[in-house]
Write a protein that binds this ligand. Structure first.
Ligand SMILES: Nc1ncnc2c1ncn2[C@@H]1O[C@H](COP(=O)(O)OP(=O)(O)O)[C@@H](O)[C@H]1O
Ligand SMILES: [Mg+2]
Length: 271
């Protein structure tokens, strides 16, 4: 049976139950199982995500990547049954003590298809902030600018902030959605194939943006594009039939994977 590879065998093992804000582990799952009805779509999902790193989740279609990712900020509530632990700052995010909306400010999600609101560029970013009671125009303007700058969109839209977000190109919309997530000042950004609907130039811009964002955020990205995983991620987890078969530094996964099925997948033999 395949074994999960420890994240990093050179470093001492950390006790995931004790990690706190200062720890290098931003998020950890323990014995995660996800069921759609009776169908177990994910089993044995044990991963630790290192702070300020990009971790890619790869694997064939249907292997459970999105199921896993969506569990990390409770997008599977009311859709699936999630068992096991998802530890964030010493708390299980599924515990009753956790306010799901507050938690999603810390753990933000960007989906495959850009989903800007049918509002202006500015309002896309300020909407949630205003809902939370922020009224100060200068403060809102400052967040609009800094979020758009971090998402590498500011220079292109700064004179058109009142324009509808729906008038932007697909790649610009995806960067706006990233800016919208950043405006909430999250710790962790989850992205589910964020570039799969985009052309190669927009894809490369998104990749550059993510590489800059990892200075400040912990990034977990599902991608079916193995070159993308190899280009941008520090760690890669390989999913196969609802299990994490291998998890290691990206360069190891792509040069000398330990599990034969991983090698088959990255060699393009299935998927
Ligand atoms: N909302 C859902 N309801 C029922 N089954 C689902 C749902 N979403 C995903 N599945 C099933 O769970 C398994 C894993 O799917 P998914 O996590 O989407 O895989 P991936 O993202 O790796 O392509 C598949 O068998 C899929 O059909
Ligand atoms: Mg998916």
């Amino acid at each position: 049976m395949a074994q999960n590879t420890p994240l990093n065998t050179e470093k001492p093992t950390r006790n995931i139950y004790q990690f706190g804000e200062a720890s290098e582990i931003a998020l950890a799952t323990k014995n995660l199982h996800v069921f759609y009805g009776n169908n177990e779509a994910l089993s044995e999902g044990d991963l630790q995500f290192e702070r300020y790193k990009i971790t890619s989740l790869i694997g064939a279609s249907g292997s459970g990547k999105s199921t896993f990712l969506r569990s990390l900020n409770r997008m599977n509530d009311n859709v699936a049954t999630v068992k096991g632990e998802i530890m964030y700052r010493g708390l299980d995010i599924n515990s009753r003590a956790v306010d799901v909306y507050e938690m999603r400010r810390h753990i933000g999600m960007v989906f495959q298809r850009p989903n800007p609101f049918a509002k202006s560029i500015r309002d896309n970013i300020t909407f949630a902030l205003k809902q939370r009671g922020m009224k100060d125009k200068e403060q809102l303007d400052a967040i609009v600018e800094s979020s758009l700058r971090q998402a590498a969109l500011w220079d292109q839209v700064k004179d058109d902030l009142g324009k509808s977000a729906l008038a932007l190109s697909g790649g610009q919309q995806q960067r706006l959605v990233i800016a919208r997530a950043i405006a909430m000042k999250p710790d962790i950004l989850l992205l589910d194939e964020p570039a799969s609907a985009l052309d190669p130039i927009s894809t490369s811009q998104i990749e550059d943006t993510l590489l800059e964002l990892k200075e400040k955020y912990t990034i977990i990205i599902v991608t079916h594009n193995m070159q993308q995983a190899a280009r941008i991620s520090d760690y890669t987890a390989f999913f196969h039939m609802g299990k994490v078969l291998e998890y290691d530094e990206t360069r190891k996964i792509f040069t000398r994977p330990k599990v034969a099925i991983t090698n088959d997948y990255i060699s393009g033999n299935f998927g």
